[in-house]
Design a protein around this ligand. Structure first.
Ligand SMILES: Nc1nc2c(ncn2[C@@H]2O[C@H](COP(=O)(O)OP(=O)(O)OP(=O)(O)O)[C@@H](O)[C@H]2O)c(=O)[nH]1
Ligand SMILES: [Mg+2]
Ligand SMILES: [Zn+2]
Length: 318
């Protein structure tokens, strides 16, 4: 296969940090090294590449491709260009800079569950991020089989808060299969990323949605030569119904310090809307007279929890 010509355009379907897996437009899988000089390449990126070598020593054997049937040989490539992204999900890194996580998304699917306990602040952070990058957000309340009296009340409250401001909320459980069909519908023809705390069941949901996922992830770890339990991995899966879904490693927090106060207010869509009725243009909705946000709070038309998260995010206190 030495003289084989290889397409020069590909999708990044796995990001192990330093190592990438590319899926070329002729259906081949290649590894590449993430070189910082282009800017970080992330899962979902469309890239141009230069073919460097047929399979490196660790990656000799033909493998089953993750998204296609058949044996496909791998090779090594160098990414030469990142195509313009339609959206980039990013978080703030330790140096207070935006660090991209995934690209070309149309939807965030924020997953939460009674175990580990619900984290409404994290959900609100995702809602701000989604707004900022111009994509939809769907909330999944997962592991509903584990709800008890207390957590059921929290789930009901969460659902109401998000429904009231216009987000779709889907209750799911791998144990009872609740919500899986509804989730599949919400994912159709979208490029979604599953985000949330570690252990809320993101990968388990993927297992329900994609029956052949074991083969696919097994193939990916063979292509990359890296284990399938690498915590930093972000992985793209084409959906049989159209669209794709990206699984990402769980997070403890999701810093958005690279966003301005204006970005944060815009991301709280109900607060942003109310603020147009405040008397002062520069109202910060704390002690100002004739503030529509404080008025809505008094009348229970605005969730106090969302308001408090808005204030805390605006102060950038982690
Ligand atoms: N009871 C119950 N347990 C579940 C459900 N879904 C997943 N789990 C369990 O929750 C644990 C975590 O599931 P994962 O799917 O690995 O969670 P994750 O969100 O992918 O976690 P990270 O990859 O660390 O971010 C596993 O032990 C699953 O068996 C569910 O619907 N009900
Ligand atoms: Mg997972
Ligand atoms: Zn105000």
């Amino acid at each position: 296969m030495g003289s084989k010509t290889v397409a020069s355009s590909a999708r990044v379907i796995a990001n192990y940090g330093a190592e990438l897996v590319l899926s070329t437009d002729t259906g081949e899988y290649l590894t590449a090294t993430n070189q910082k000089k282009l800017g970080l390449v992330v899962c979902g990126d469309l890239v141009e590449f230069k073919f460097l070598a047929e399979s490196s020593t660790a990656k000799q054997t033909p493998i089953q491709a993750p998204n296609l049937q058949g044996d496909i040989a791998t090779g090594h490539a160098q990414v030469t260009k990142i195509e313009k992204r339609i959206s980039t999900l990013a978080r703030t890194d330790r140096r207070r800079q935006a660090k991209p996580i995934a690209a070309n998304l149309t939807q965030l699917v924020a997953v939460t569950a009674p175990k580990p306990p619900f984290d409404p602040l994290l959900l609100d952070r995702y809602s701000v991020a989604a707004h900022h990058i111009g994509v939809d957000m769907t909330v999944v309340i997962n592991k509903t089989d584990l709800l008890d009296d207390q957590s059921r009340e929290s789930a009901d409250t969460l659902e109401k808060i998000y429904r009231d401001i216009g987000y779709q909320v889907i209750r799911c459980s791998r144990e009872t299969s609740q919500g899986i069909e509804q989730l599949a519908l919400a994912l159709k023809d979208q490029v979604s990323i599953l985000v949330g705390q570690s252990g809320v069941g993101k990968s388990s949901l993927l297992n329900e949605l994609l029956p052949d996922i074991e083969t696919r992830t097994g193939a990916l770890s063979k292509i990359s030569g890296l284990g399938r339990h690498t915590t930093t991995v972000t992985t793209w899966f084409d959906l049989p119904t159209g669209g794709a879904i990206i699984d990402s490693a769980g997070v403890r927090q999701f810093a958005l310090d690279h966003l301005s106060e204006i970005d944060i207010q815009a991301g709280f869509r109900e607060i942003s809307e109310l603020s147009m009725q405040c008397k002062f243009n520069d109202c910060i909705h704390v002690h100002e007279p004739e503030c529509a946000v404080q008025e809505a709070l008094k009348q229970n038309l605005l969730s106090r929890q969302r308001y408090e998260h808005f204030l805390s995010m605006r102060q950038k206190d982690e």
